[in-house]
Each structure stands twice: as C-alpha cells, then as structure tokens.
Write a protein that binds this ligand. Structure first.
Ligand code: VGL
Ligand code: ZN
Length: 208
C-alpha cells in the first residue's frame, strides 16, 4: 500500500484576509499539519492555484461583470471570481503556518488565462492535463486522501478526477480538513463525491 495525501489550495487567497476567502479556511491548516506529521503518508502533494493577472476567470477581465456573477470563458459558463492567487503574489503563497517543508511535490494549476482549472488533475474543459495523475501513478499510489479548499470547487473536482483518472486507487475525502464557499454547494459537492465512489471520512479515523 502506498498512501498519498493531496492538499488542495491551502493558500492565503482562500483564507481569511485573502482575495477569495473561504469562511474559516485557515482552520484546515492544523488538520493538514497533524496529518503530515503523523507518519501515515508515503507521499505528500499540494496543489497551488497560480493565475496570471489577466486570467479569464476574473470578473475584472470582463466588462460589466462583478465578482460572483455568472459569465462565460471560452464559450463555457464560468463564475466570475475576484482577482485571486496571482502568480508570485502573497495571495498565492501557501498559508504561512502550513508545514510546507513536508510537501514532496507542488502541482500548480490555472496558468492558462483562457480556461479555469479547479481540479489539480486537469483544466475544466478536461483537455489539458496537469500531469499529477501520471506522477502519482509512477509513485505506485494506491490510496489518496484529499482535503483543503474549497470543498465545493477545487476539492470536489480534484476528488472526482482522482476517481476517474486513477483507476484502482481508493480515494478518501477528509471532511473536517475542508471548508467551502457556499453551504448548499458544499452539501451537493459531498453528495456528488460520495456518489462517484469517494469515501467521506474524518481525520480522527485515519490510521485507526
Ligand atoms: C478555487 C475558485 C477559483 C478553489 C480556485 O481553490 O476552490 N475556487 N479558484
Ligand atoms: Zn482560481
């Protein structure tokens, strides 16, 4: 058995004080640190939302759009986000309390201005792959535990893609290690992950 932990977007931008803050987003940091220190994981990977300043998911790039409006990007429906996680900004850095020295591999995403990339595995149009699935396969990963921000966007699409792109790998969602943007969206996201075969667990159960 080879166990990997996938930390999704635990960045300043998604924590209180950031540009796209998730309520209590910083509360996932101690959960991540505890799991990383547990010795239960062979491999620890983190994703990092990493946008150019002209990214097409930003409302600022669309005349007349306000953050959280619906809009379009390359012909597809797209939530118009506030400018967030711009490359090399403090907003894009991992939360300062995250024990980043324990991370083996950082997967950046969202660099193409013409398409958003919620999943750590591929762009939203499912065309371009990040390479993370092949990286995890090459390491022989058999179990993948996913947690981070935000439950209803990047965590959800990463977990769904993990099930789809890593056949035979057991995928867990560590529910208490996640926080979401919209409460209703969080409920729907957890149900969608469950339906897809993701096992929803609590961090207290890991290693028991
Ligand atoms: C995310 C919206 C836009 C996330 C990233 O990390 O969940 N959400 N970019
Ligand atoms: Zn983003």
């Amino acid at each position: 058995m080879t166990k990997a932990l996938l930390l999704i977007d635990i960045q300043n931008g998604f924590c209180p004080g950031g540009n796209l803050p998730v309520s209590d987003g910083d509360e996932v940091v101690p959960v991540a640190n505890r799991l990383m220190a547990s010795g239960l994981y062979d491999i620890i990977v983190a994703s990092q939302d990493w946008h150019p300043s002209n990214h097409g998911s930003f409302a600022s790039q669309h005349r007349g759009k306000q953050p959280f409006d619906m809009g379009e990007l390359s012909g597809q429906p797209q939530v118009m986000w506030p400018d967030h996680c711009i490359q090399d900004s403090v907003d894009a850095e991992f939360h300062p309390d995250l024990a980043t020295d324990r991370i083996d591999f950082v997967q950046r995403k969202g660099e193409n201005p013409k398409v958003d990339s919620y999943s750590a595995f591929r762009d939203n149009d499912q065309t371009a792959l990040t390479g993370l699935a092949d990286w995890l396969k090459a390491k022989g990963v058999t179990e993948l535990d996913v947690m981070g921000l935000a439950t209803d966007y990047c965590v959800k699409f990463s977990a769904l893609d993990a099930v789809d792109m890593l056949p035979g790998v057991t995928v867990h969602l560590i529910a208490d290690g996640c926080r979401g943007i919209d409460p209703q969206g969080v409920e729907e996201a957890i149900e969608a992950m469950r339906q897809a075969g993701v096992e929803i667990i609590d961090s207290s159960r890991i290693g028991l």
